[in-house]
Write a protein that binds this ligand. Sequence first.
Ligand code: ZN
Ligand code: FE
Length: 257
Amino acid sequence: MSNALEIDLIPVLRDNYVHIVREPASGAVAIVDPSVADPVVAALEARGLAPDLILCTHHHPDHVGGVPGLRRHYRAQVVAPAAERQRIGTADRWVDEGDEIAFGGTTARVIAIPGHTAGHIAFHFSREKVLFCGDTLFSLGCGRLFEGTADEMWHSLLKIRALDPATRICCAHEYTEANGRFALSLEPGNAALVERMREVAALRRAGRPTVPTRLDRECATNPFLRPESPEIRRRLGLEEADDVAVFAEIRRRKDRF
Ligand code: ZN
Ligand code: FE
């Protein structure tokens, strides 16, 4: 059995990505975080696909807005976070930490990652080493704290950081270039970050996405996963602080950057 998932990005709205996921062994198809319906329907039709599953990471309109339109076209099962049931309204299955979702011959496991929203979840395909993490971890960045504390977000990021380093990180926005400018302001001496930004600039010039990214790469370059970095701590004047305090200060500074 193949242990790869085919992942396609559909760029929609200003900077959102909707993911089309295919399991080659069974032909099963999933859509992740459909902000809108029409471009997703068009992309599915162009590929001759129909979704079996629609996975939503959190209640923001740019992640669930396309669900009603897709439901009119397809008989897919809509899976959404139980903790955001009041906000989302309609789904076929409400899930929380540890729940398993069958997808063709494989399984996604739900990881609760609150912080950006109170009920935000990720979908983890451990066998294929793929994580759909919505607006929690971005390439070189992390989501804003709309409904959670820095402490909650940091613990969510720790859960992600504990996954296999080769995990593909599929996030829902193309924010990498702006995130990287902030990252460089904190850690200009990080050679891996400088190199990544060269690559990001080339990708964007070519009109190509900078995601998915990979967990090991993010751990080496993303300041929100690096509160242990002596360079970042020195720059913030927080040499002796604990990791969550450093993380909180990085998040505050990014909000004003
Ligand atoms: Zn969001
Ligand atoms: Fe979003």
